[in-house]
Design a protein around this ligand. Structure first.
Ligand SMILES: [Zn+2]
Length: 488
């Protein structure tokens, strides 16, 4: 097939072309439209405004995204009564006793469960706030989870209570887990739903980040063996199971490439590990403390995996770089194979230390965090979301993604935030931002050196492409076919 349009090749010698000719799942020829029309007169022709290598989402939780898609979408809903009305409508559609889940609301106060008890007396209801740090549940959910007036607050959590000690149904931080653990476990269908949605949005690849339960890796492996994955999946294993796996590629379906660690928590919950204290005190906290992980990370690297580290706060990034330096001193390839996820806050002293590293960021988070960062000011504000600074460092591989379900996996929103920085600081040029979605994610995984290479449009490349109109993905080329994007 012949695709005519402005081809952004990300191929050094020839950055732009007018058409690309594909055959047998490969790019065969790249050139000017007239030239290729003459050379391939019988080819099926398509025309799009722009053609690029295929989109990656370089940080996503496909299993949790699939669960979120099956739940009530309460995004940015601010009125508890409207949320209760949505729950009432959902209850009418579902069998009694089945769980109603939802998320995305932002309330100014903590509502009582009375509204939910009235809306859904016969269904347990579990709703999560947009920041995922609190939950609103009804009496049926509390009963199903065995939470009542006698249940103590768990460490790091609070069960809000009425005057008589009965739970109000509002649960803060770790208290939400008291009810969450009564929910049905995610299934392979949830994973499938999440992956299908990404493919429908025009992605050809996703980097999945350590999703639990442990069986998820088995599910995805089975799908890959059956050739049933709707896009190419790079998979980071959850830390607690990595020792029973090894790095593996199953065709161009699945690449088990990494092991996921968490250096710290998140900014809005004040668990991001910072160098300076927060206005209300505390500096956050380490989770997988980089000061105590030399041996495990060495074993991960020696097994041929990448060490994929969530690091949000300035101190977390700092300690992670120290860990990397210690491993480099032992002759391990930590600079190139220790990948930093989020790199959300980096202070000036650590900035030059990021040269030559893989940094995986989510531009839309800067939009979601803007109000919180403006309120915090100080170190969190000054050090946040410095992708334009990172891009100037030598040898940095900048990758962009969504972190769905934390944000919707919308590459257009991400590109917009990357180029017009939500915090008013310097953004990236359009081509550099796009590279972080279509080129560097393939390079970071070594797919640019495969026989049918990814991340660049030139003869011999895998025909995994995204097709654009007016700045939006409208179709992708996958498995030798043009598939339309369907926004859900
Ligand atoms: Zn994540």
């Amino acid at each position: 097939m012949l695709i005519v349009g402005e081809v952004w090749t990300f191929d050094g010698g020839r950055p732009r072309a007018g058409a690309v000719y594909l055959e047998g799942g490969r790019v065969v020829d790249v050139g000017e439209a007239e030239e290729l029309r003459t050379r391939y007169p019988g080819a099926r022709r398509f025309s799009f405004e722009r053609v690029t290598p295929g989109l990656h989402d370089a940080h996503v939780h496909p299993l949790y995204w699939g669960e979120a898609l099956a739940a009530l979408d309460l995004r940015d809903e601010r009125d508890p009564r409207r949320v209760a009305a949505a729950v009432r409508a959902e209850a009418a559609r579902r069998p009694r006793g089945s769980w109603i889940r939802g998320g995305g609301y932002v309330f100014d106060a903590y509502p009582d469960r009375a509204l939910l008890d009235e809306a859904a007396p016969d269904h347990p209801v579990f709703l999560e706030s947009r920041d995922l740090h609190s939950a609103w549940v009804n009496a049926a959910a509390l009963a199903a989870a065995g939470v009542d007036a006698r249940t103590p607050d768990p460490p790091g959590g609070r069960v809000l209570r009425r005057a008589d000690g009965e739970p109000t149904g509002y649960l803060l931080e770790h208290a939400a887990a008291l009810v969450r653990r009564a929910l049905p476990s995610p299934t392979a269908d949830d994973l499938r739903r999440g992956l299908d949605d990404l493919a429908r949005r025009g992605y050809v690849a996703a980097h999945a980040m350590g999703d639990l339960p442990p069986e998820a890796t088995e599910w995805v492996r089975r799908m890959a063996v059956d050739g049933a994955l709707p896009l190419r999946l790079a998979w980071a294993l959850p830390k607690r199971v990595w020792r029973s796996w090894r790095p593996e590629k199953i065709g161009e379906q699945l690449h088990v490439f990494g092991v996921k660690f968490f250096a710290d928590g998140a900014l809005t919950s004040r668990t991001a590990w910072m160098k300076a204290p927060y206005p209300e005190g505390g500096r956050g906290m380490p989770l997988d403390d980089p000061r105590a992980h030399d041996e495990e990370v060495a074993a991960v690297l020696e097994a041929g995996f990448e060490a994929v580290w969530h690091a949000i706060g300035t101190r977390a990034v700092h300690e992670l770089l120290n860990l990397s330096d210690r491993l480099e001193a032992r002759g391990l390839p930590a600079r190139t194979r220790l990948r930093i996820e989020h790199a959300q806050h980096v202070d000036d002293a650590d900035l030059p230390r990021l040269a030559g590293r893989t940094l995986s960021m989510q531009p839309w988070h800067a939009h979601d965090d803007r109000t919180a960062l403006e309120a915090l000011g100080g170190e969190p504000w000054r050090t946040a979301y410095r992708w334009a600074d990172f891009a100037r460092l030598p040898g940095v591989r900048l990758l962009f993604g969504s972190d769905a379900p934390v944000a919707v996996p919308d590459a257009v929103a991400g590109l917009h935030a990357a180029t017009r920085h939500p915090l008013g600081r310097a953004g990236l040029a359009e081509e550099a931002a796009l590279a972080a979605y279509v080129r560097t994610p393939a390079v970071a995984l070594g797919w640019h050196e495969e026989e049918a290479f990814w991340g660049r449009i030139a003869p011999g490349a895998r025909a995994a492409l995204t097709l654009w109109e007016r700045g939006e993905p409208v179709a992708r080329v996958w498995n030798g076919a043009v598939e339309s994007v369907q926004r859900t």
